[in-house]
Design a protein around this ligand. Structure first.
Ligand SMILES: *[C@@H]1O[C@H](CO)[C@@H](O)[C@H](O)[C@H]1NC(C)=O
Length: 177
């Protein structure tokens, strides 16, 4: 019986660990695919269209894949973003495999450093929600059908569901002893 309890206990602990693991920071591939950092073919193909349906949280990292010979990623101010001014970026990345950690809430602005690409729409705004938004249902939410996608971070609903699962598992564990 003691042996059985130990097995149950360790399985529960494993499940709790796995559940908590899901709330860890994510690496989010820009556009959800490797060749997304390019001039969009249409408005609906734009990265901002993609970004609106994704969730970004503090601690997540954005990942860009592109040909370092032909393109780069510039993190810029809002003004430079709006005017596609590439001359004085906050950060310039041109290694072809760029990772930027989202270390605060608020907007992050990115434009392509390739000549003329920003003007043709190769640009991205990522808005990171503040911590407290994670647990309320209130956020500039996209419609549910837009929300499916491999690169999307968990919703606040998923977060609270996870929380209650952890609590009920904890109670089960408690009941065993
Ligand atoms: C671009 O930005 C730089 C520095 O931020 C500024 O000196 C320059 O005048 C800007 N160029 C244009 C075309 O706005």
């Amino acid at each position: 019986m003691a042996c059985f309890q130990r097995v149950v206990t360790s399985s529960l602990l494993l499940m709790i660990t796995l559940l908590l693991g899901f709330s860890e920071a994510k690496e989010i591939l820009i556009g959800g695919k490797t060749d997304a950092w390019k001039i969009p073919s249409s408005e609906s193909d734009s990265l901002n269209n993609w970004a609106e349906s994704a969730r970004f949280r503090i601690g997540d990292s954005l990942v860009w894949k592109y040909d370092s010979q032909k393109d780069s990623v510039l993190q810029v101010t809002r003004e430079a973003y709006l005017s596609c001014n590439t001359s004085n970026p906050i950060e310039e990345h041109k290694d072809g495999n760029t990772k930027v950690k989202l270390d605060r809430s608020g907007p992050f602005y990115f434009i392509s450093g390739a000549g003329g690409h920003c003007v043709k729409g190769q640009k991205l705004i990522v808005v990171v929600l503040s911590q407290r938004h994670r647990y309320t249902g209130i956020s500039p939410a996209p419609s549910p059908e837009e929300f499916e996608g491999p690169a999307v971070a968990p919703t606040s609903a998923a977060t609270s569901l996870k929380g209650s699962l952890v609590v009920s598992l904890g109670l089960m564990l408690w009941g065993l002893f």
